[in-house]
Structure formats: structure tokens, C-alpha cells
Design a protein around this ligand. Structure first.
Ligand code: NAD
Ligand code: MG
Length: 386
């Protein structure tokens, strides 16, 4: 029996992780769960999984969940705020944490988990984007495994199969292209939030859906791959593959390529990560090659989708530059969802913020500096575009 906590249990990845646990034949025991403010969803999780600890980021929501537990005579410790998330990520009883919160808010709880020697099934890519160097270094020092949940990174992880950077010539990250694949700037000027949220292949949380429409998601994934697999940016290539069957590939120095294929179902990479590479029973539908008539590949349009280009540039700059990119993106996406800006402004705001904070990017890379700069970037954006 493996004991785990899920940070962000009510979201898209969190919910699919619960499904993996349901499918695990009692091999996985859910000890701790957290959410931001989704009280009703957390109540359902409590009823079904009876965890020992629940953390709500929002204090009022924590009070409501606590009241529910008292009324139902449930022996559950309810925590609140970031301290609660950090505690649930580092409980003595657990051996692994699934980090499925959205945004760089996941950074400190992930580090707490690493300090407490918990393996990490990592979905929360923003944490690696802002602090990949620090997180990977600490994980190595603590002997902690970071198991990628992101489908592309899971694919690379599987295709690497023990080979290391000295054997690899490049990583080929596939991208679906999102809802606006093939469109030009003129078209994108007038797209609505609703259209941007409508991903052709995956059903995901709102923030990553917008990131997929701008191709920033792929940009964040390039940086994520750089840190996870210690691969130089010039050896990470993005290829648009609209069918989302080939989840990514590794090209070796002898020119041989190994790819991982499967249906577009996040439960596959989640199950693989939670079980630390052990193959378990079928959880997703099987691919029928007679039915897939073709698999196609294209070059991404970096001029129309400048977020991907910016991410490559920022990744190569390193230091605190990714913190500016990520903070600006998180805030711009929030503004789009609030319908305060237009779709194309996301890239403009990020570009502007990178210029505005240019002098900050070479400061020392520490957690304190990351958190402080992230706060300043968000404050700047809210001050100008709110
Ligand atoms: P989501 O919005 O569906 O869920 C986010 C979860 O985090 C929820 O449980 C929510 O309550 C919690 N949360 C939100 N804001 C919070 C805050 N400020 N403090 C504490 N908790 C908070 O998001 P998602 O689509 O499940 O994505 C989660 C992460 O996984 C993201 O980093 C995303 O990039 C990554 N990811 C998602 C998918 C996918 O298919 N959804 C695929 C690959 C990677
Ligand atoms: Mg992905």
C-alpha cells in the first residue's frame, strides 16, 4: 500500500488522479488532499476517500470544510493557507505527493515535500519553470524522484529508459497546436475567451487551456524539459502534431528515434508516475492503427504564436528571467479570463514585462528572489492593465 497526498485534488489532473486511485485495486491510499476553494468537490472527495488531512488555501472554505467534518463526526484535520498545503505535502505518513495545483503557488509546497524526502509526481510545470535548477538540485541531494505527469515529459521519460544526455541528440516535444492552429494574427485579433478555452484534444483546467491556445504551454514545457532531462535548449525541438497520438520523442546520437504513443488520456501518464514506472492495468482506451488514417507533423508558427518564441529566449537567459515570463503569463491569462484584455495582448504583456523587469533577471536565483519578483511582476501588470 502506497500513501500519497494530492495538491490540487479538485482540478483536472487532481480528478483524474482520483480515478487512477479508484483503478489501483487498493494499492494506493489517499492521506491528504488540498484545494483552493472548491468546498463541494472536496466534500465529495472526503465522502469517497476519507483522507486524514484536508487543506483549503482559502480560509473561509477551510472553515466550511471543518464544519462539515464536525457535523459528520469525521476525524479529519482541516488546515488552511499555504502552511496547510506545505504540511500536507510533507506528512510523515506519505511517501509521494502529486503536485497538481496550477501556477507557481506550488513552488513552496513542492520544496517542502522534497525536504521531507517525498517523491514527486509532478504536474505543476510552473514550479519547474521558475525554479527548475533549485528544485532538481535539491531533489538530487535528498534522493527524491521527480516523476513527470505532463504527457510529453512522461513520453520522454519513457523513451529515455535509462539513457542519459550523452546518448541523446535531441528531444522532440510534440504539440497539438491548440484551437488556433493554422490561424494568422488577423484572425486572432478577434477571438473570444470561449474559443480560446476550447481545446481540440484535451479537456483541461482553464489556465493551461489558454496556455495551449497561445502556445505558451509548449514554451513552459520546453523549459520544463530542459530542467527535467538536463537537455540544452538548442536540442529541444517543438513539432506540431495535431492528432496528439505521439506524445513526444527522443532522438539518439545514432539518429534512431524512440517515441511514446497512446490515446490522449492524462490518466496514463498519471498512473505511470504514481506507480514509479511500474506498468499497471489498462486505464485508457487502446490505439487502433486501422482507424488512425494518418499522423502528421508541422513546424510551429513562432511569429504568430510569439509566446513560444519568448519562452525559448527566456529559457536560454536562465536565472530569474523565467520567473518574469511565468508571472506575467499567469497574470495575463487571469486578465483574459476576466475579459479585461484581448487574446493577443497576452504575448504583448509578457514581452512588455520582460523589458520592464530586464534588470532584475540576473539577480541571484533564490526562492526568496523568485517569490518577490513574481509578486512585483503581477503588481505591475494589475496596475497597468486591470
Ligand atoms: P485546474 O485549474 O483544473 O486545477 C487546479 C487545482 O489547483 C484545483 O484543485 C484548485 O483548487 C487548486 N488551486 C488553484 N489555485 C490555487 C491556489 N492559489 N492555491 C492553492 N490551490 C489552488 O488545473 P489543471 O488543469 O488540473 O492543471 C494543474 C497543473 O497541471 C498545471 O500546472 C498544469 O499546467 C498541469 N497540467 C495539466 C494538464 C491537464 O490535462 N489538465 C496536463 C499537463 C499538465
Ligand atoms: Mg503537456
Amino acid at each position: 500500500m502506497k500513501n500519497i497526498s494530492i495538491l490540487g485534488a479538485t482540478g483536472s489532473i487532481g480528478t483524474q488522479t482520483l480515478d487512477v486511485i479508484r483503478n489501483s485495486k487498493d494499492e494506493i491510499n489517499l492521506i491528504g488532499v488540498t484545494a483552493n476553494s472548491s468546498v463541494d468537490k472536496i466534500k465529495d472527495i472526503i465522502k469517497e476517500f476519507n483522507p486524514k488531512y484536508v487543506g483549503m488555501m482559502d480560509n473561509e472554505s477551510a472553515d466550511k470544510v471543518n464544519k462539515f467534518c464536525i457535523e459528520n463526526k469525521l476525524n479529519i484535520e482541516v488546515l488552511s493557507g499555504l502552511d496547510g498545503l506545505e504540511k500536507i505535502a510533507s506528512l510523515d505518513e506519505i511517501e509521494m505527493v502529486v503536485t497538481s495545483v496550477v501556477g507557481m503557488i506550488g513552488l513552496k509546497p513542492t520544496l517542502k515535500a522534497i525536504e521531507a524526502k517525498k517523491d514527486i509526481a509532478l504536474a505543476n510545470k510552473e514550479t519547474l519553470v521558475v525554479a527548475g535548477e533549485l528544485v532538481m538540485k535539491r531533489a538530487k541531494e535528498m534522493g527524491v524522484e521527480i516523476l513527470p505527469v505532463d504527457s510529453e515529459h512522461s513520453a520522454i521519460f519513457q523513451a529515455l529508459n535509462g539513457y542519459t544526455e550523452k546518448d541523446v541528440s535531441k528531444i522532440i516535444l510534440t504539440a497539438s497546436g491548440g484551437p488556433f492552429r493554422g490561424k494568422d494574427i488577423d484572425y486572432l485579433k478577434n477571438v473570444t475567451v470561449k474559443e480560446a478555452l476550447k481545446h481540440p484534444k484535451w479537456n483541461m483546467g482553464q489556465k493551461i487551456s489558454i496556455d495551449s491556445a497561445t502556445l505558451m504551454n509548449k514554451g513552459l514545457e520546453v523549459i520544463e524539459a530542459h530542467f527535467l532531462f538536463d537537455c540544452p535548449y538548442e536540442n529541444i525541438q517543438v513539432v506540431v502534431h495535431p492528432q496528439s497520438i505521439v506524445h513526444s520523442m527522443v532522438e539518439y546520437k545514432d539518429a534512431s528515434i524512440i517515441a511514446q504513443l497512446g490515446s490522449a488520456d492524462m490518466r496514463l501518464p498519471i498512473q505511470y508516475a504514481i506507480n514509479k514506472k511500474e506498468r499497471k492495468d489498462q486505464i485508457a482506451s487502446r490505439i487502433n492503427f486501422y482507424e488512425i488514417s494518418q499522423l502528421t507533423f508541422e513546424k510551429p508558427d513562432l511569429e504568430t504564436f510569439k509566446c513560444l518564441k519568448l519562452a525559448y529566449e527566456v529559457g536560454a537567459q536562465g536565472g530569474l528571467a523565467p520567473t518574469i515570463l511565468n508571472g506575467a503569463n499567469e497574470e495575463a491569462v487571469a486578465l483574459l479570463l476576466e475579459e479585461k484584455i484581448k487574446f493577443l495582448q497576452i504575448g504583448d504583456i509578457i514581452e512588455d514585462s520582460l523589458k520592464y523587469f530586464n534588470d532584475e533577471k540576473n539577480k541571484e536565483l533564490t526562492i526568496e528572489n523568485i517569490v518577490e519578483l513574481d509578486r512585483k511582476v503581477r503588481e505591475y501588470i494589475r496596475g497597468r492593465w486591470n
